[in-house]
Design a protein around this ligand. Sequence first.
Ligand SMILES: Cc1cc2nc3c(=O)[nH]c(=O)nc-3n(C[C@H](O)[C@H](O)[C@H](O)COP(=O)(O)O)c2cc1C
Length: 303
Amino acid sequence: MNNIDMSVDLNGLKLKNPVTVASGTFGFGEEYAEFIDLNQIGAISVKGLTLKPKEGNPPPRLYETPMGLLNSIGLQNPGVEVFIKKYIPYLRQFDTKIIANINGANLEEYMEMARILDKEDIDSIELNISCPNVKDGGLAFGTNPEVVRNIVTEIRNCTSKHLIVKLSPNVTDIKEIALIVEECGANAISLINTVAGMAIDIEKQKAVVERKIAGLSGPAVKPIAIRKVFEVASVVNIPILGMGGILNGNDAVEFALAGASAIAIGTGNFINPNASIETVEGIRSYLMRKKYSKYTKIIGLVK
Ligand SMILES: Cc1cc2nc3c(=O)[nH]c(=O)nc-3n(C[C@H](O)[C@H](O)[C@H](O)COP(=O)(O)O)c2cc1C
């Protein structure tokens, strides 16, 4: 049975398969296109975009931990205009969906990004209100339920595009925030962004990155991510794009069973540039072994 239906519809965003790549770990696809066939990925969430180009935080910005990666990139990106002129046409050569990850230092900037991208040829907007590595905006928006209500309502009014809201794991009750996001009209939820963490250089007796707190990703965060997906899936009806430490098909299946309708590979791309393609194959072999004809049959089986 090789004709397994791998497609999934994220409440208006139809993917040929449930495997996407996470924002900030895949650039705009160019570097990876030399190694892998981008046509085989369900969607690409591009590097977090801001209104104006952003240089990001001073180096060092990456630090490896056991089974994880701390990053303090600070949303380095060429700005939304370069994305529109250069990278949308580039990505449109491939048969994959384009998700634009948007960021702002304040509500007005987020709204302006949404208004600009509403007119462009992209498939979805991913509202990042969960970046721990910037001083203004980011996590400050995603952790306060009333601020989340305000920003998602305003962004929904600025665009009719498919809207994904990306949540932070750095909150006490992610279910409360997810319910607000659903109520305010988001089509889907993505989670998790990185887990706020810290590492110290004991010789220099200072934190390894200038902003001291950084974002932890990779296999170290996978059990946290699965728990968050499971909790959110138990309360919302909109689909979840799950991520956090996924390296292969078996990891992806865990997320699907916990309630994720699709998944994203992030840090896994740095370890193995082919991880996304291998994950599609890994999910397919699991479905064959378990005799499922459709991927969607396994979503949320663990209650
Ligand atoms: C180097 C790096 C840069 C990232 N940049 C962004 C970003 O620009 N926007 C965003 O929403 N998430 C960003 N993230 C978070 C990832 O998209 C993802 O949510 C997180 O890393 C968990 O998945 P993973 O463990 O598979 O990497 C970044 C992560 C890393 C490691």
